[in-house]
Design a protein around this ligand. Structure first.
Ligand code: SAM
Ligand code: SF4
Length: 370
């Protein structure tokens, strides 16, 4: 279906249709042993897979110019995994040694009943099988949900915010309201959630504002990460080459104004962290094109249709929905997951330059959630 401006801001809770079933208490819920006893997923390059990112919907109430085209065709609802199925898959991964779950999207907080999934998954935190349950959000629905998320054991969240200027915010998100995101951040702070702000560096759009964003984050006690534009999916009339700002160039500019001390923290992810001495700010750089981050990769990505992507920048995937819906028991499900991990590629091939203006992969970032 086409998601137009009129219903883009509609909450799925208000959109009719059948409710997702109650989750977490059914017969399909895996019984997990203690964390230390869990087997580990290891890919062919010896990388332990301990982190699963789950896109619970491809829909979003924004249309960020680097992420989506203005007119997007979203999946019919019947294609989506029910929350109970998402719970079963996440639980299978936890049983196989995944220690961190990130719920993302599209915008995860527009998925109807999503708090039920958080509540259900929090049992793995209580059991000690999962170390962290977290989410990445655009912040538009955070105000009503922050306290409930904290009650589910969420301790830190990533909020994407590319500018503090309301007009520029509208220009970047096409339909977003900055004030809603700021209210969401206030609610997150009030609920005791730690916040990291994700900023996509956009040449000629928000790059001049990045020092101001750094000051603002430091003042609010937030961490901040800048992200290089990645060539994923068609984005209509917008041109990625024009948007693209190599983070190596941004970092050089920042070093003229600030002292950036490398922190040497590695999270198994793409970010390199520095400490900004003048501000007391922890600043991350995610630069897939200017700094290849694949060698320590510890993660895989599950889409809302149950497709497991083994690398953000490659097409290799496995259809776990088909496995679930064919009536697989827990043992067969685990075997399918292990077989998929055996096909994890070594790394991605992101390049943006004049010869490579087409997306490196056809799917948009909202399919896998970043
Ligand atoms: N809607 C949520 C949000 O914006 O935080 C979660 C999903 S969004 C796809 C996850 C992250 O991917 C966001 O921080 C967003 O800025 C980033 N992102 C989206 N498209 C991107 C692209 N083409 N290149 C780099 N980052 C991108
Ligand atoms: Fe939506 Fe996040 Fe993509 Fe922006 S980056 S359009 S908020 S999914």
């Amino acid at each position: 279906m086409t998601w137009d401006r009129d219903n883009a801001s509609e909450d799925e809770t208000a959109s009719g249709g059948s409710r997702d079933p109650v989750i977490g208490g059914g017969t399909n819920v895996l019984d997990l042993g203690p964390a230390g006893a869990a087997p580990t997923l290891v890919d062919p390059f010896g990388r332990a897979i301990t982190y699963l990112r789950v896109s619970v919907t491809d829909r979003c109430d924004f249309r960020c110019v680097y992420c989506m085209a203005e007119q997007m065709t979203f999946l019919p609802r019947r294609e989506l995994l029910a929350l109970e199925e998402l719970d079963r898959l996440c639980s299978a991964f936890v049983g196989l040694g995944v220690r961190k779950l990130r719920i993302t999207g599209g915008e995860p907080l527009v998925r109807r009943g999503i708090l039920g999934l958080f509540r259900s998954l929090s049992r793995h935190l209580s059991a000690g099988a999962l170390r962290e349950l977290t989410l990445t959000t655009n912040g538009s629905r955070l105000a009503p949900h922050a306290a409930d998320l904290a009650a589910c054991g969420v301790r830190r969240i990533n909020v994407s915010l590319d500018t503090l200027d309301p007009g520029r915010f509208r220009q970047i998100t096409r339909i977003g309201e900055l004030s809603q995101v700021l209210a969401g951040l206030d609610a997150a702070v009030a609920a005791g959630l730690r916040v990291k702000i994700n900023v996509v560096a956009l040449n000629g759009i928000n790059d001049q504002e990045i020092p101001a964003l750094m000051h603002w984050c430091a003042g609010r006690g937030f961490d901040m990460t800048v992200i290089e534009v990645m060539p994923m999916g068609e984005i209509g009339s917008h041109n990625r080459l024009e948007q693209y700002l190599p983070l190596s160039a941004l970092r050089e500019r920042l070093e003229e104004r600030f002292t950036l001390t490398p922190l040497g923290v590695r999270t198994g992810g793409p970010a390199h962290y520095v400490f900004v001495e003048e501000l007391g700010l922890r600043l991350g750089f995610i630069a897939p094109q200017t700094h290849n981050f694949c060698e320590g990769c510890n993660r895989v990505r599950l889409t809302c249709t149950g497709r497991l992507y083994l690398c953000l920048g490659q097409g290799n995937s496995a259809d776990l929905r088909q496995v679930l819906r064919s009536g697989a028991d827990d043992r067969a499900l685990r075997t399918s997951i292990r077989c998929a991990i055996d096909r994890k590629p070594k790394g991605h091939d992101f390049i943006i330059d004049r010869e490579h203006t087409r997306p490196a992969v056809d799917r948009h970032m909202n399919v896998t959630g970043g």
